[in-house]
Ligand binder design. Structure first.
Ligand code: BGC
Length: 444
């Protein structure tokens, strides 16, 4: 007989999805990604995306609410709010206010990201995040935006995945992102300015809204040496983990950015995290490879028997989410944790149900150690423009027909809805949506 059981979560747990402005809004013509797309660096262009700027956020929020989600994380687009250095677009701000009202009317908690990979073209023309003048500019933008939106939320994510932004734009390898430079030293300079920008944003938000909860979202990866017996593999793995991935949160804890090329003191960053934003997708093995000097000789790969996503972009390794949460709790004690992204690309939805169930299960294990996890945002609500990969990777609970804007419901919608409504994961759900992992989640 199959066991009947439910893994429940604490009352008030946030269950939502996450999106980002450029990936869903459409016609974001005034940022560096649009330009990058027009120059032919991406697999298709964002175009209308999910047409949220045209108002389709309404129908997507309706679907999310009907599917039991009680929260949503979205981002605002700097290039819309401040189209030129001396101009604020009040209609753009009003549109974000109506989206926030839309969430409130549907009983959903809003989490707002202020920077999710995109920069206004005017900013990149004056050096973007490479020069430290960006800190004042970002602070001005944050002040204006938070003043306009604070009536509707107090949960802020300053910068999404600064490690991804710096690495993909200045080192390359995983994807080719603007500005497409190959300069590790400059990449770390950008990282330092992102830390300064976050710190400035943290202070200004608290000044405007004392009760605000401010953090950023780290792209956590479980990096493991390919050959644990190899000192070189162990060194490059430690560099990738501590020197690159953990540099940002460690600087917020200590006021010093330590990275493989040195140390930079950023005292104003110390203590500027009210919660830990944890984005987790996958585990990578790392091996020493002389062909990658710019990546500090580290090459990442998946294991031959990994459970790979639809196009092989990610490996489904739920235990590594637990490993990551444990690392957060031990390294950054006393911070509430929000799983600000987790998801998988799969157009046919074959892997997604088990990916969701297995990750929710690992998160439940973590909650049972009393680790302070407050919510989970699945990436993503609907298929959206996936940066350099364009429309190749489909991360939505709902699919999107890009030509017609039609939403296509995937089976995962119902599984995730059942989890949200139950505030837990039951054996019946696993039996129904992903029986192939039943034994792993409900052994014996
Ligand atoms: C990013 C998202 C992206 C997702 C899937 C995250 O690293 O924040 O913008 O779409 O991964 O690749």
């Amino acid at each position: 007989m199959t066991p009947q059981a439910t893994y429940h979560f604490p009352r008030g747990f946030l269950w939502g999805t996450a999106t980002a402005a450029h990936q869903v809004e459409g016609n974001n013509t005034n940022n560096q990604w649009w330009k990058w797309e027009q120059e032919g660096h991406t697999n298709g262009t964002s175009g209308l995306a999910c047409d949220w700027w045209g108002g389709r956020w309404r129908e997507d929020f309706d679907r999310a609410a009907e599917a039991g989600q009680n929260a949503h994380r979205f981002s605002v687009e700097w290039s819309r709010i401040q189209p030129t250095p001396d101009q604020w677009d009040e209609t753009a701000l009003e549109k974000y206010r109506s989206m926030l009202r839309g969430l409130r009317e549907r009983g959903m908690t809003a989490m707002v990201t202020l920077h999710h990979f995109t920069d206004p073209i005017w900013l990149t023309e004056v050096g973007g995040w490479e020069t430290d003048e960006v800190v004042k500019r970002f602070e001005r933008f944050v002040r204006k935006t938070v003043e306009a939106l604070k009536e509707y939320t107090n949960l802020w994510c300053t910068i999404n995945e600064p490690n991804g932004y710096a690495l993909n734009g200045y080192v390359g390898g995983v994807g080719d992102w603007p500005p497409g430079k190959r300069n590790l030293k400059l990449g770390f300079q950008v990282m330092a300015n992102l830390i300064r920008g976050h710190a400035a944003a943290y202070h200004v938000i608290h000044q405007l809204q004392p009760e605000a909860r401010v953090g950023f979202a780290l792209n956590y990866r479980d990096f493991q040496p390919l050959h644990s017996w190899s000192p070189l593999d162990r060194i490059v793995t430690a560099n990738t983990f501590n020197g690159v991935m953990a540099a940002f949160p460690s600087a917020l804890a200590t006021g010093v950015m330590s990275y493989p090329l040195g140390k930079i003191s950023i005292p104003e960053a110390k203590g500027t995290q009210d919660y830990f934003g944890f984005n987790y997708y996958t585990r990578n093995f790392v091996t020493f490879d002389l062909r990658f000097p710019n990546r500090l000789f580290a090459r990442d790969l998946y294991a031959p028997n990994d459970d790979l996503s639809g196009s092989g972009f990610l490996a489904n390794v739920p235990e590594s989410m637990f490993t990551g949460l444990k690392w957060v709790v031990r390294t950054f004690p006393n911070l509430p944790i929000i799983v600000s992204e987790n998801g998988v690309e799969s157009a046919d939805d074959r892997i997604r149900p088990r990916y969701i169930a297995q990750h929710v299960h690992q998160m439940w294990r973590a909650v049972n150690f009393n680790w302070p996890i407050k919510g989970y945002f699945h990436w993503s609500l609907v298929d959206n423009f996936e940066w350099d990969a364009g429309w190749k990777y489909r991360f939505g609970l709902w699919g999107l027909d890009v030509e017609t804007q039609k939403r296509i419901k995937r089976p995962s919608v119902d599984l995730y809805a059942a989890i949200c409504k139950e505030n837990g994961l039951s054996s019946e759900m696993v039996q129904k949506y992903c029986p192939e992992v039943f034994e792993k989640i409900f052994p014996g």
